[in-house]
Ligand binder design. Sequence first.
Ligand code: FA5
Length: 347
Amino acid sequence: MSEGNEILTELDGIQARGLEALATVQDEAALQAWKTAHLGRSAAVMQVFSRLGQVEKELRGQVGQRANQVKQVLEAALAEKDSLVRAAALERRLAAEKLDVTLPGRKPDYGRLHPSTLALDEICRNLGEMGFQIYRSPEVESEEYNFELLNIPAHHPARDMWDTFHTTQPGVILRTHTSPGQIRAMRENAPKPIRMILPGMVYRYEQTDASHESQFNQVELIAVGPGITFGDLKGTIEDLAHRMFGPDVHIRLRPSYFPFTEPSAEIDMECFICGGKGCAVCKGGGWLEIGGCGMIHPVVLQNGGYDPTQFSGFAAGLGPERIAMLKYHIEDIRLFWGNDVRFLEQF
Ligand code: FA5
């Protein structure tokens, strides 16, 4: 038999074996292997093209045509099989990943506001309605602002009122109260009259107990203008308490001492937990201290840039966690930063 006729017979076999092998292919990996074996560079049909030169002239065209035909038949069969294999794979996946729409859904955990944030927001909203503007001042403070400019010189025994966290930088501390912000707010605005709220975190190196934490929030109130009196201070505190706790709540101002106010007072609120009878939170007294207050000391007014003969002012520093404890009947302040979601989820 001539070389050309031999190849023509071979080509029939190549086509038949290729189609036969393709019939057994079930998945994409097998299909890929088939493609390499039957249509790849060293596949039998491809070898025929490189043997064409050895075929006698009269049959060369016929052999070439037939080889092309076999290649096309195999390619068409491959394309058809490819779509079948893909459809089967998709079907298998859909069957395996079936959705059961009747299963109860998984409830996502929603974040919520921290009780301190809720209390801060409420205090700021009410004071905002009363005409106070929010003023932000830094948590990392200088000793000068935290003490000296508030009429507490170095080595003055009043510094013992605030156990301080110092930094490695001399003269730089974590603020022990929001009062240093008074100086910043006054210096930025003097000699215009001001009514401001300074909310934020403060830090004290203190032994913790049910009503004392080493980090807590304060809200400072400050009003400076001509002719501001202690009556304005009391009225503002009472109005705030009534807005937050209703018209029946009792507050009392107890004479006290702060170097930056004169006269000074502690603000006590009737204990909501025991109704004034005495419990662990109010330490049996029936009242809970929620802040300090007083008329701004002339030296402090002067440090803030106001002439104390022309201006007077009041200031107060409230503890929003103490207020939140009253509002939500929380018995231990340490719960606020204990990171227990069972506590946090209740708000
Ligand atoms: C002060 O910090 C003064 N700067 C307040 C002030 C401002 C007086 C303006 C006059 C004029 P005192 O240390 O008492 O004061 O703290 C004020 C309030 O912060 C307290 O009444 C209390 O509500 C809260 N507080 C104080 N220490 C703690 C603590 N360890 N944990 C939680 N709350 C506290």
